[in-house]
Design a protein around this ligand. Structure first.
Ligand code: ATP
Ligand code: MG
Length: 346
């Protein structure tokens, strides 16, 4: 089977440092060794309330902005496939088949649903509950073998593996009879790498930095200018102690751990290396260095994103070409899946 990378980012606005360090940085690296598909997952975005995804005009704007972020960060849309999910109908089609493979009990254990639905679970969309099945379909539609994600998506990746395995078992005889050997779908491997796989909110070290968090001070957006970055880092919550010299000293201090992890990831160093430089010092000096580093690394990406989004025709052409290439792979998978399940087709 071909080794293939798939991953996605939702166009829910406010792309932030967590998306960049937890996901996009790894997307860029993996281009060297794999064939990659990077998807703006617009079908996922509408699973949340319209107050979160912003309505039709915002959805289109954010779809183009995520595409621009991919390209500005160093993803090459000529060598790899960059597209938006809704242009390839197989994502929704395979989701339906997987809905009949996945079990209600599996979905009921998903923590992202519990967090996003909150107290008013009866009022959550059916789509939000089904989100992990759509994610399994995204990956397996391309029979992708590797999936770079942030730590928060680990549980969903496990569910994707369970769905792939149950499909392979349930249809084992048919898979064999159609010449696909013992397994049609691979077991996709998560790639969760680096010192910032779970970047936390700057206001609360126990909550993940998130696009859909109402407070803008909780996150650094990729489009923030130098002043905004400086202000947010200076205001970031810390404790009164100096920085520890050893990594172990970060364990009971989520805010310190988060800022050191961000610095390490931006610098391409380990947390231990960062502490050997800043350990024993006050936060004020460390925050100053973090501001300089963050502005130097994110400034050019934000500027390039702004430049690219001024040319929506160019962005839309990237998505159109990428979607056509994705569709060619997806169509092959869907033909095979239909044969395996027993759907009569043209
Ligand atoms: P939302 O709040 O709407 O779910 P999000 O910030 O979680 O938005 P997603 O589009 O759901 O963003 O996730 C895109 C990628 O970014 C995923 O691989 C996810 O694991 C990763 N990611 C999201 N937040 C963080 C974070 N705080 N730290 C590291 N990785 C993250
Ligand atoms: Mg998310």
């Amino acid at each position: 089977m071909v080794e293939r990378v798939f991953s996605g980012v939702q166009p829910t606005g406010n792309l932030h440092l967590g998306n960049y360090l937890g996901a996009i940085v790894n997307f860029v690296k993996l281009q060297q060794t794999y064939n990659c598909l990077y998807c703006v997952v617009d079908l996922h975005a509408i699973t949340q309330g319209v107050d979160v995804w912003g309505g039709p005009a915002e959805l289109a704007r954010n779809t183009r902005e995520v595409t621009a972020a991919f390209v500005a960060s160093g993803i090459d849309p000529n060598k790899h496939i960059v597209f938006n999910q809704s242009q390839v109908p197989g994502h929704a089609e395979l989701t339906w088949i997987f809905n009949c493979v996945a079990r209600v009990g599996w979905l009921s254990r998903m923590t992202q649903f519990k967090e996003k639905a909150g107290k008013d679970r009866e009022n959550a969309s059916v789509g939000l509950y089904d989100y992990p099945v759509l994610m399994a379909a995204d990956i397996l539609l391309y029979r992708a073998t590797h999936v770079p994600v942030g730590e928060d998506q680990k549980q969903h990746l496990e569910l994707s593996r369970d769905i792939a395995q149950k499909f392979n078992n349930d249809f084992g005889a048919s898979i064999h009879a159609h010449g696909y050997g013992d397994a049609f779908f691979p077991q996709p491997e998560p790639i969760i790498q680096g010192p910032a796989t779970r970047v936390m909110s700057l206001r609360d070290g126990t909550k993940k930095m998130s696009k859909s968090e109402p407070s803008d001070y909780s996150r650094i957006n990729l489009t923030d200018d130098a002043d905004a970055i400086a202000q947010k880092i200076r205001k970031a919550k810390t404790d009164p102690e100096p920085l520890p010299s050893e990594e172990k000293g970060l364990e009971p201090r989520p805010e310190a751990d988060n800022l050191v992890g961000i610095y390490a990831a931006l610098k391409g160093a380990s947390k231990a290396q960062v502490l050997s430089e800043f350990g024993g010092g006050q936060f004020s000096a460390f925050k100053g260095a973090l501001v300089d580093l963050a502005v130097a690394k994110l400034g050019p990406i934000g500027a390039e994103m702004k430049r690219l989004t001024q040319d929506p025709v160019y962005i839309d052409s990237i998505l159109a070409v990428g979607s056509a290439r994705a569709q060619a792979i997806a169509a092959e998978t869907m033909k095979a899946v239909k044969d395996i399940v027993g759907f009569v087709r043209r």
